[in-house]
Design a protein around this ligand. Structure first.
Ligand SMILES: [Zn+2]
Ligand SMILES: [Zn+2]
Length: 118
């Protein structure tokens, strides 16, 4: 792609001010508005899509944050309707397994009883 062609991509990206995710319009995060500093603070263009500080990233830029979950927009899955609630459920399952480990502790008490008999 020519540089002139990419400049048109950047210009077109400035017209996209929101992402509609799960039926809700979220205001996009401009380059420099991220929690991380990707170089905007020192005035450098975005390392991936080349926009200048204060501009919107070109969609598919790997530095753009998702306005819904604030993670990497191209990998967070919000646009696919693939939300992360499932991950939270997995963590709860792990906690249940830890309760099983406490049951092992109860078995240790039984071992102490054997010692008392001796
Ligand atoms: Zn970018
Ligand atoms: Zn997201």
């Amino acid at each position: 792609m020519t540089v002139a062609g990419w400049e048109r991509e950047i210009a077109a990206a400035q017209a996209i001010t929101t992402y509609e995710l799960d039926g809700v319009a979220y205001a996009r995060i401009r380059y420099g508005g991220e929690a991380e500093d990707w170089g905007a603070a020192s005035g450098r263009p975005c390392h991936d899509c080349g926009v200048r500080p204060g501009q919107y990233h070109v969609p598919s830029c790997d530095a753009e944050r998702c306005p819904r979950c604030l993670r990497q927009a191209i990998s967070c899955g919000c646009a696919d309707g693939d939300f992360d609630d499932d991950d939270d459920d997995d963590e709860l399952d792990d906690g249940a397994l830890d309760d099983g480990a406490l049951d092992d502790g109860a078995l240790d008490d039984g071992a102490l009883d054997d010692g008392a008999l001796n």
